[in-house]
Design a protein around this ligand. Structure first.
Ligand SMILES: C[S@@+](CC[C@H](N)C(=O)[O-])C[C@H]1O[C@@H](n2cnc3c(N)ncnc32)[C@H](O)[C@@H]1O
Length: 229
């Protein structure tokens, strides 16, 4: 398979990876209203929703039919695993034993997502992160994994700032973004200009997390307070 996908892959990490990537425990999430931005086929919303947590997922592609999204996810996962074959050294193989283990884990997330997307469509809102259909301060915690910074070859500084400011607008407490590195352990060149701009009005922190698959990817950006303009 030599096919290349244009734009972000429609795949998803598991709920267990989300807890690690964002330094979260299920207990602390109990009283929160949570938004997962650019959630893709992650099982985080499905799993937390099933447990009774208040959670909403947003993605550009959530206007699509469940069968179509399931097929897209499976296809993108196959392409991803194939493309990682020559790049294995750029990843840390502790959470996943090998590529087969990665594929198996992500396929399970895709299945859990697909089932919930079909049974509980109200949890899945089709929207662009730069223009969210939510009120100011509607959520306590807004997360976004594997869209910002790693797609800096396709998503420019203007997109990063517009989408992050929009996520901050709908968030009462904290926005968390992971990862910050792209490849060869280097942070995205957009990180500094993003931090410079957001730090004018928000409190920012780079915080170590207990997860690392992409080598060097053991930090998240935590944004506190609100930006109002
Ligand atoms: C690589 S996936 C990450 C999925 C999930 N967050 C995770 O970490 O497993 C990136 C997702 O971002 C979505 N996406 C891309 N641009 C977006 C935008 N402007 N607004 C909302 N979602 C977007 C894609 O459709 C895709 O599902």
């Amino acid at each position: 398979m030599s096919e290349k996908i244009k734009g972000p892959l429609f795949i998803g990490r598991s709920w267990a990876e989300y807890l690690k990537m964002f330094n979260l425990t299920a207990d602390e999430l109990k009283k929160m209203n949570i938004l997962d931005g650019a959630a893709g086929a992650s099982s985080f919303t499905a799993h937390m929703g099933k447990k009774g947590f208040h959670i909403t997922a947003v993605d550009l592609l959530y206007d699509q039919d469940p069968d179509l999204l399931r097929a897209k996810c499976r296809k993108h996962l196959q392409i991803l695993v194939k493309s990682l074959q020559p790049l294995k050294k750029e990843f840390v193989w502790t959470y996943f034993r090998d590529l087969d283990h990665l594929l198996e884990h992500r396929m399970l997330s895709c299945q859990e997502f697909s089932r919930d997307y079909t049974e509980n469509p109200e949890r899945y809102v089709p929207a662009d992160l730069t223009s969210l259909p939510f009120d100011d301060n509607e959520f306590n915690l807004v997360l976004s994994s594997h869209l910002f910074f790693i797609y800096d070859h396709r998503l420019d500084l203007e997109f990063h700032l517009q989408a992050l400011k929009e996520m901050i607008r709908v968030c009462k407490n904290e926005v968390r973004v992971y990862p910050l590195v792209k490849h060869q352990q280097k942070k995205s060149s957009l990180l500094k200009p993003v931090l410079d701009e957001l730090s004018k009005k928000a409190e920012l922190d780079l915080v170590k997390v207990n997860y690392q698959f992409r080598r060097g990817g053991d930090e998240m950006l935590v944004i506190k307070n609100n930006i109002r303009d």
